[in-house]
Structure formats: C-alpha cells, structure tokens
Write a protein that binds this ligand. Structure first.
Ligand code: FRU
Length: 498
C-alpha cells in the first residue's frame, strides 16, 4: 500500500511540474549555469553520490510554490557535474511518519549497498503533539524509483532529545559496517549523535560524537563527517551562531569510543548564501561539496530569500567545490575543475595598474562570467582595492567587493546590488607584502562567488540583477596609491539550460 501512496504523491507533483515548469523557466533571475529545480522551491542538497558512472543530486523540493512547504526529494543526474537531467521525484510524503503538511521527507544522504542505492532521510510528522523527526530508509535498484522500507522508522529520537531536533542523517560505510551521524539537541545545546548498523535497517546508538556547550549554537543542521588525510572533518550549519552559516572542525576520531576530538575550526563560507552543504567522494577520489545557495532567515534580521518567489521558484546550489586540507589543517574549497569547461571568449592582460579611476575588466557579457587575477602586493601601495561587479552606472547599481589591505579584511557589500538585497559580508584577509593574493570570481544571473587564495576564504552572495548590470571595474578607494594586478583573465560562461 505504501508504495502506491508515494507513487500517487509523486505523480501529482510531476503533473504540476510538467504543466508549470515551462512558464517558470521563462521567468526572471534564473541562473544560467548553477543547478536549480525545474520550478518551485529547493533547499538542501541531499543524497549526493556517484553511482554507476553518474553524479546524482537529490534536493529538498517543494514543486508547488516559491516557498518552503511540505518536502519532497527532487532528483537529477549528470555525467559531467555541469549539465543536469531531471529525473522523477525520488521521495514524496506518503506515510504517517513523513506526510505532515509542514513536514515531509527532510534531508539525508545516500549510500550504495549490494549494488542498490539507499536513501536515509528524516521523516517529519506531527500527530498533534509537536513535530516528530525519525530516520528512515528507502532503496532502489535502478537509482530512479525508490521504495520506502516497510519497517520504517529505523531510528527514533532518544528520550531526552526534543522530537523536533533530530534530523539530517549522513551515512558512510567502514569495514563492513554502516555509520550514521545526525543533528540533535540536549539541554538546549547542539549535538551530533553517532549510530552504527550492519544492514542499514537496525541501528545501534554509539555515542555523542561532538557537542556544543552553547558556543556553537543550539542545533546542527546537515552534519557531515568524513576522513581526510590522517584526520577527520566534521561540518555542519549551526543554528544560533549569528552569521556563521557553515562551520568545520578538524581532529581525530576513535571508532571504538565513537568520539571526535577537534583542534582546528573554521568557516567554509563567509558570505550569506551557503548553507547545509553535503560532501561525497567521486569516481576519481575527490571529496566534492555542494551547498544550498541561500540560508534560513533567522540570522540577520533583514535577510530573506530574494524576489524570485514572484516568478514561481526559489533556490539554487553553489558551484560544486573540491575540499582540500591545508598543511595547517584548515580547509580550502575550490571550484570543481569541470566548471571551467563552460569558459568561452577568453580575455587576458598581463598586468593592470589600478588607480582611483575606474578600469574596466572584460569577461563575457558581464553577467555569467569567470574572472581571475593576482594582486601583486610588492607593487601595491594603495590601502584598498575595490572590485565592482554587476554595475549599471545609469541606475547607481553595483556590488562592491573591497580588498581592505589596511585592515586585513575582505568585504562584499550588496546593499546597492539589486534594489532588493542588503548587507555586507566580511572575512579576514591575510596580507603578506611578499606574496600575491589569488582571486577567482564566478558570477551568474543571481549570484556571485569569490574564492581567495585558492579557496582559503570564500564568500557566496546572491544578487538578483538584470542584464543591464554588466559592468566589471577595479579602482582604488579614495587614496593616492596604486594596486598592481597580474595575470588577469576573463571568460564568459556558457549556459547549461539551453
Ligand atoms: C536545513 C534544513 C534541515 C531539514 C531541511 C528541511 O536547511 O532545515 O535541517 O532537514 O532543511 O527542508
């Protein structure tokens, strides 16, 4: 019976998509090369996996409107990580443990066992006494059509964990056993709980892998945990941590006690629009990471999801990134190489001398583009370099990216970016007179992502701008000094949705 119920909810949603997506896709602000849903709302990447020679993206999906509501798992596949083919919805609300109108099939992960694809996800129900979150399993032979396990739920919240703070399982295999980490809360503080299983159906509680005493917030959404070099990395999107959207911890893990000890922490992104990322290892052994290019609006009071709901959709993913560990155990994330295959119309300049007058940089049509350069600090005397993106001088619109050498800070100010968005993201910017600062910029119709020093610092910011906002300029900020840029490259980026 349950199989038919889910098929019915998927069929209804697919019908809505086929009738409405063509219109939505003609609307404003649609990204050109970032992953989006066909229509409606998307948030977290789920179940990212490389299975039978294809990349699979699943995602939190409400096909019916540009707002979050009851959750489905959308599904798409790609052979190159750049061009995506949409598949039928993989999971839809159908059971008493996952069919509440304000619940549904929440985030989770994927794992391969005996050649089958398994999805482990959070069902969110409400039987009249508050939300209840449980962990559940679905499986598929072909990687397209999924069946929910008949004895779901497979994990219930522990007695002293609030039932609405128990979600987002991330599963991995080790030595013939499966391990799962999920977000939880005890005593008002965030915890990550570790479970173990032989068959993905019967789970045994192991330990509190890691916990916050309050300094890391009251709930960790979408935790991820994986080995890298001879260390382990824990990452999550903390609730109740002010502007920190996604943080990581690096340390040592002991399989016997199920405890993780960290020595290094950091932020995966300093912008406002990078949340709930998930990582996976692809066929080449790379650890790839994909995040939702947005976040919830509980943090800065003015934040929202942008104007695209008026067009019947909301949400995209950031460009897939490769995760690397530096010698000091910090993490860097760099754009996956595949994205470079979209480059077109290269423009190169060896050296640019920047002063207080605006110098134009060339890169494609100034909307969907990639620019990279190095700031030559030995030949720089100014206190600040300003990079202006998505500029339309006639309307006074611009996104101001400031490399503030005097204060060792990098900022993106989007408050004049689009007549909608607000706010200034900030991060430290390490200044060393003897080295170059390496800068890589990816712009799309509604977003800007800036990678500094090979991804040690990243800012992802959404900007909802039209095609008139196509100027790219550099200048110094009100001082007599100069900035020297080296090896300046600009490219257009081809669209993936034509
Ligand atoms: C994170 C999150 C998850 C939850 C999902 C619901 O963005 O809140 O914790 O599973 O989104 O859509």
């Amino acid at each position: 019976m349950s199989f038919e119920l889910m098929q019915a909810s998927i069929k209804k949603a697919e019908k809505y998509i086929s009738e409405n997506a063509p219109q939505v896709q003609k609307g404003k602000y649609r990204q050109r090369y970032h992953f989006m849903g066909q229509c409606g709302w998307i948030n977290d990447p789920n179940g990212l996996i490389y299975f039978k020679g294809q990349y699979h993206f699943f995602y939190q999906f409400n096909p019916y409107s540009g707002f979050w509501s009851q959750m489905y798992w959308g599904h798409a596949v790609s052979s190159d990580l750049v061009h995506w083919t949409y598949l039928p919805i993989a999971l839809g609300p159908s059971e008493e443990y996952d069919n509440h109108p304000e619940g549904g099939c929440f985030s989770g992960s994927a794992v391969i066992k005996d050649d089958k694809l398994y999805l482990i996800y959070t069902g969110t129900a409400n039987h009249g006494n508050g939300f209840v979150q449980t962990q559940n399993v679905a499986f598929s032979e072909d990687g397209i059509h999924f069946t929910k396990y008949e004895n779901n739920p497979v994990i219930l919240p522990p007695a002293d964990v609030p039932t609405d703070y128990f979600r987002d399982p991330k599963v991995w295999e080790h030595d013939g056993s499966y391990y799962l980490v999920c977000g939880a809360q005890r005593g008002g503080c965030a915890q990550a709980l570790l479970y173990k299983s032989k068959d993905l159906y019967h789970w045994q509680y192991v330990n509190v892998l890691l916990e916050s005493r309050g300094e890391w917030g009251y709930m960790w959404e979408c935790p991820d945990f994986f080995p890298m070099k001879d260390k382990w990395v824990f990452m999550c999107s903390p609730m109740g941590c002010k502007e920190r959207t996604t943080v990581y911890f690096v340390g040592d893990f002991d399989y016997h006690t199920g405890k993780f000890f960290y020595t290094v922490t950091g932020e995966l992104d300093w912008g406002f629009d990078f949340y709930a990322p998930q990582t996976f290892v692809d066929g080449n052994g790379r650890r790839l990471m994909v995040g939702w290019a947005n976040e919830w609006d509980w943090m800065p009071f003015w934040k929202d999801w942008g104007p695209t709901y008026q067009e019947g959709w909301c949400g995209s993913f950031g460009i897939p990134r490769e995760v690397k560990m530096n010698d000091d155990l910090t993490l860097s994330t760099t754009p996956a190489q595949e994205i470079m295959s979209l480059r077109t119309n290269p423009a190169h300049v060896d050296r640019v001398r920047v002063d207080h007058a605006e110098t134009r940089l060339l890169a494609g049509d100034g909307i969907a583009f990639n620019v990279n350069f190095k700031i030559d600090m030995q030949n720089t005397t100014a206190r600040q370099l300003q990079l202006l993106l998505r500029v339309d001088n006639a309307r006074g619109l611009e996104v101001v990216c400031s490399f503030d050498f005097a204060h060792s800070e990098f900022r993106i100010d989007r408050s004049k970016g689009d007549n909608w968005s607000k706010g200034i993201s900030r991060s430290p910017l390490k200044i060393d007179k003897n080295t170059m600062i390496d800068v890589e910029i990816f712009s799309d119709q509604s977003s800007v992502e800036i990678f500094i020093n090979k991804g040690r610092i990243v800012h992802s910011m959404n900007i909802f701008a039209d095609d008139h906002q196509s100027g790219i300029f550099v200048k110094t900020a009100n001082d007599d000094g100069i900035v020297t840029l080296r090896d300046v490259n600009g490219y257009g980026l081809k669209s993936c949705f034509e």
